[in-house]
Design a protein around this ligand. Structure first.
Ligand SMILES: *Cc1c(COP(=O)(O)O)cnc(C)c1O
Length: 430
């Protein structure tokens, strides 16, 4: 194969991580629907179990179809390695697991997916982990929240649902100064719109459920490592730098260098947490990724057109989309996501909460679902659904105010989407 580093995004999204199947010549990545793999002999088995040789043992750890997807996503994000898992939420736990211990904390943006806010405020407490929520636009507050027990910063490049764009390079500089990794959830942006690793992020997580698969068929997640963090420098990351008892005292950082974190994801994370992606899911996502750039271009073009139309409509109070000049994040978006500010935004129909409910009830082309990043256009009232577990203060901080609806603009004809919004707004006003 030619040098993948030199290839463009559109080539990588089709070819990275895959070559004709060595056994059959199959051109498309086969769905390796198998649990286990035959060892050549006892020595081969022992070498695999000792991590002295890379290969397939059991599909809770690795599977060739899932591996093709992991390698492709690593290539698209410009990372050294990646591990796929069963959902975006699994990816977040997987990403933190090698870094954390009871008593440690992460400093996270207030502008996060609702489910992530709940995972970070409630569930991770059971592990003895703490998340400190900070406005990532307030760099002094971010620095002030970091202490000796902080093991990562975490934020979303483009945050769903508030039309927020994070200053990734600025936050990466703070993480570097503190000697901790920056983890970016790049789900809403995709690597086609935002390049977190090139902007200094250490790790990228995805819900592959969304734009990467692109058609609302399967849940999945992925953790991609830049391969650039020195895990042994500070003594803060013993899981990666100290001897691992389950592998005869092997030190991941020393043995695997830039692949240390990714090998840990598989050899410890998937082995013991078991949040495995199945090969069918990997297949659907591989099919989706092949057209990622084409779809994202259309998603963004449609989102801009629909957002502009809504902003100009007298039945609408405001539209929160960084692609509009009226957004406080418009200038930042030109730097962080020059190809477009994604396909998610919120808008407030005049008439508050009741108007939101009436609008959603009358939309025909937009589906009322708890998902985003589908080829079809979706709508939801975040405050009563995805962000329901949050306090009103948290909802407003996340951009999910009670009087706004969120749309995920699909790749249909923009004029048809506008016509649907037009008739639903008319009904909501009546
Ligand atoms: C959907 C989503 C998640 C969670 O992913 P699942 O696949 O649903 O577990 C995390 N972050 C963002 C930004 C999301 O949109």
């Amino acid at each position: 194969m030619t040098d993948e580093n030199a290839q463009g995004f559109d080539t990588l999204q089709i070819h990275a991580g895959a070559k004709p199947d060595p056994a059959t010549g199959a051109r498309q990545v086969p769905i390796y629907q198998t649990t286990a793999y035959v060892f050549r002999d006892a020595d081969h088995a022992a070498a695999l179990f000792n991590l002295q040789e890379v290969g397939y043992i059991y599909s809770r750890l690795t599977n060739p179809t899932v591996q093709a997807l992991a390698d492709r996503l690593a290539a698209l994000e410009g990372g050294a390695g990646a591990a796929c898992c069963s959902s975006g939420h699994a990816a977040q736990i997987m990403a933190l697991f090698p870094l954390m211990m009871p008593g440690r904390n992460i400093v996270v943006s207030t502008r996060l997916y609702g489910g992530t806010v709940t995972q970070f405020t409630q569930t991770i407490k059971r592990f003895g982990w703490e998340a400190r929520f900070v406005d990532f636009d307030d760099e002094d507050a971010v620095r002030a929240a970091i202490d000796d027990d902080t093991r990562a910063l975490f934020g979303e490049a483009i945050a769903n649902p508030g039309g927020y764009v994070m200053d990734v390079p600025a936050i990466a500089r703070i993480a570097d100064a503190a000697g901790v990794p920056l983890i970016i959830d790049n789900t809403s942006a995709t690597p086609w719109l935002v390049r977190p690793i090139e902007m200094g992020a250490t790790v990228v997580v995805h819900s592959t459920t969304k734009f990467l698969t692109g058609n609302g068929t399967v849940t999945g997640g992925c953790v991609i490592d830049s391969g650039r963090f020195d895990w042994a420098a500070s003594g803060k990351f013993p899981s990666l730098s100290e001897p691992e008892p389950a592998y005869h005292g092997l030190r991941f950082a020393e043995t695997f260098g830039p692949m240390a974190y990714t090998f840990h994801q598989v050899a410890i994370g998937l082995r013991d947490l078991g949040m495995t992606m199945n090969p069918q899911a990997a297949h659907y996502t591989l099919m989706g990724v092949e057209t990622l750039s084409l779809r994202m271009a259309r998603h963004v073009a449609n989102a801009e057109k629909v957002a502009r139309w809504l902003e100009a409509d007298p039945r609408v109070d405001r539209v929160t989309y960084a692609g509009l000049e009226s957004s406080p994040y418009h200038e930042r978006a030109k730097v962080i996501c020059p190809k477009g500010a994604g396909a998610l935004f919120t808008f407030a129909p005049k008439g508050g909460y009741d108007a939101c409910v009436a609008l959603i009830a009358n939309l025909r082309l937009f589906s009322h679902v708890a998902n985003l990043g589908d080829a079809r256009s979706l709508v939801i009232h975040s405050a009563s659904t995805t962000h329901r577990q949050l306090t009103e203060e948290q909802q407003r901080a996340a951009g999910a105010d009670p009087e706004v609806v969120r749309v995920s603009v699909g790749i249909e004809d923009a004029d048809d989407l506008i016509a649907d919004l037009d008739q639903a707004l008319a009904q909501a006003a009546a």
